[in-house]
Design a protein around this ligand. Structure first.
Ligand SMILES: Nc1ncnc2c1ncn2[C@@H]1O[C@H](COP(=O)(O)OP(=O)(O)OP(=O)(O)O)[C@@H](O)[C@H]1O
Ligand SMILES: [Mg+2]
Length: 247
């Protein structure tokens, strides 16, 4: 955009004050950033290196936590400004807020703890042996029971006002025999739809249908069917308080 300033004012300030590092933070630097932020007192190791964020296992005074750190440069985000601390900080803030909204509403998401710049911390799902596995990697003993738990979980998220727009067996962890939903960076609030209710609800509906197709494919492995139209319609209808989709 022609009128977009080349650099944010806050970034200019960091450049001038010499507190901005242009190289991608390596493992040691990120660990240092986590420790100096006060989010953790110990970093145990890297759990996952994803498309745009890394997830670390850490501890706060002995209690295990997980920390998701959005990468500043090596991301799949194309274009945009050359300096990304602000935009990745915004992504971390958004995921933190969405996770908080879901958690406060009683949905099965890891309890968020704190957020500093491009990182946020949350409850660690797992045990002494390691992090909880993703649904994708698990062989379910009772797939029908688990399918019902996943669908209830999607309903509980909606009840909390959140629609997960990237639902798949990769973003559900199996912890203590239950499905836990993670990776809410792109989630949508459906309890407050503001002026763009029609757009928000249409997007939410499309995302839910896409997620359900992905999950149906996963449960298809076990020959378990998934009837989801009624659930999706129910979620959208109850969020559509003003009937904008029915007009
Ligand atoms: N609270 C947690 N407790 C334990 N492990 C976690 C937690 N949050 C995330 N993980 C692990 O980190 C992985 C990546 O998390 P997430 O899906 O949020 O990040 P991502 O950047 O979207 O990764 P990807 O690009 O691979 O989807 C998860 O699959 C899971 O293995
Ligand atoms: Mg993910």
């Amino acid at each position: 955009m022609p009128n977009d300033p080349y650099l944010d004012a806050s970034v200019v300030w960091r450049l001038k004050s010499g507190t901005l590092d242009f190289r991608e933070a390596g493992y040691a630097t990120t660990v240092e950033a986590i420790l100096s932020s006060g989010m953790a007192t110990e970093v145990v190791g890297l759990i996952s290196a994803g498309k745009e964020a890394d997830v670390y296992m850490a501890a706060y005074n002995g209690a295990p936590i997980a920390i998701k750190a959005y990468r500043l440069y090596r991301t799949s985000h194309k274009g945009g400004r050359p300096v990304k601390l602000d935009s990745m900080g915004w992504l971390a803030a958004r995921e933190y807020e969405m996770t908080m909204q879901a958690w406060k509403g009683g949905a099965k998401v890891p309890a968020p703890a704190s957020r500093v710049e491009n990182m946020f911390s949350m409850r660690f799902l797992g045990d002494d042996i390691g992090p909880a596995p993703r649904l994708q990697e698990v062989d379910l003993e009772e797939p029908e029971v688990f399918r019902d738990a996943v669908l209830k979980g999607v309903g509980d998220l909606a009840q909390a006002g959140v629609v997960h727009t990237d639902l798949s067996a990769f973003n559900i962890l199996v912890h203590e025999g239950e499905p836990w939903f993670i990776d809410l960076s792109e989630a949508l609030r459906i309890d407050r739809t503001g002026d763009s209710a029609w757009q928000r609800l249409s997007e939410a509906k499309e995302a839910l249908e896409r997620g359900m197709r992905s999950l149906a494919k996963y449960f298809g492995r076990y020959g378990v069917e998934m009837e989801t139209d009624a659930l999706v319609d129910g979620i959208i209808e109850s969020a559509d308080r003003f009937g904008v989709l029915r007009r």
